[in-house]
Design a protein around this ligand. Structure first.
Ligand code: FAD
Length: 237
């Protein structure tokens, strides 16, 4: 079912610090607003006298009825700084939903591969599959620079406890003593170990272009058909 696109003015309802440089922003969800897990919004904010707008994935799930959320990595650039300065009650305009990087249970097995802020659509999709008790087998491989950069870690750990069909595997490139998981970038060895049935899965990849290209090459090297690879590129990272 196609969800109608709405354009509406609203106010910040809640701001959540996810990591040292990532924040989620929540807004009241209009009753008539529907979206698919993984879709994105256009967000407009005021910067001085000007209005500026950018794309952001909706990191909440359609099963979360009270709010819609997006999650931004703070980059120190002007739009990002203006977002970082937003307070509860501040004005924004949202136009949504857009995009085809979605999943509502169409496949029995999927793989998700993500780096850094590219996790946002997967937070939405995994939460949706968990809340809807879907039988889809999901393995998510999620790479970060350090352990403290892992976004939604606690949420994914809780979702795994609730959803026996969800497996989330983290890897970090810079380790501290307490880290017992994978180290380094997502590579062929990690895919073969954690997703041994990779030929039976549809893969969703999200992150910066450079990461998407690297993962696409790995998957093609493993003979995963191009038609089984879906991509969402976050420019600017
Ligand atoms: C479909 C889609 C979904 C997205 N979802 C998300 C999401 O969920 N979360 C998220 O955080 N982002 C998301 N993005 C990316 C987002 O729209 C922005 O592009 C991103 O957040 C960077 O914005 P920014 O304002 O921080 O940086 P920008 O100011 O846009 O900077 C982008 C690039 O320009 C360069 N740059 C900017 N200013 C300067 C300068 N003064 N000097 C030199 N170089 C400069 C920087 O090197 C940087 O690499 C999404 C994008 C798309 C297309």
């Amino acid at each position: 079912m196609v969800r109608p696109i709405l354009k509406f003015e609203t106010n910040v309802k809640e701001i959540i610090l996810r990591t040292h440089d990532v924040k989620s922003f929540r807004f009241p969800r209009p009753e008539s607003f529907n979206y698919k897990p993984g879709q994105f919004m256009f967000l407009t904010i005021k910067i001085g006298e000007e209005e500026e707008r950018k794309h952001f994935t909706i990191s909440s799930s359609p099963t979360e009825k009270d709010f819609i959320e997006f999650t931004k990595k703070l980059t120190g650039h002007s739009f990002s700084d203006a977002l970082d300065a937003l307070k509860v009650g501040d004005w924004v305009e949202i136009e949504a939903p857009y995009g085809n990087f979605t999943f509502e249970g169409e496949f029995t097995k999927i793989g998700m591969i993500s780096g850094g802020i590219g996790i946002t659509p997967f937070r939405s999709i995994c939460k949706y599959c968990t809340d809807k008790l879907l039988e889809t087998k999901i393995t998510l491989l999620y790479g970060n620079h350090t352990e403290k950069d892992i976004i939604f870690r606690k949420e994914f750990e809780e979702m795994q406890e609730q959803n026996k069909n969800l497996k989330v595997v983290f890897t970090v490139s810079e380790v501290c003593e307490s880290w017992t998981g994978y180290t380094g970038r997502i590579d062929i060895g990690m895919i073969k170990n954690e997703v041994p049935d990779y030929r039976e899965r549809v893969f969703y990849i999200c992150g910066p272009l450079i990461m998407i290209k690297a993962i696409e090459n790995l998957l093609e090297g493993l003979d995963v058909p191009r038609g089984n690879i879906r991509k969402e590129i976050f420019p600017g990272y």
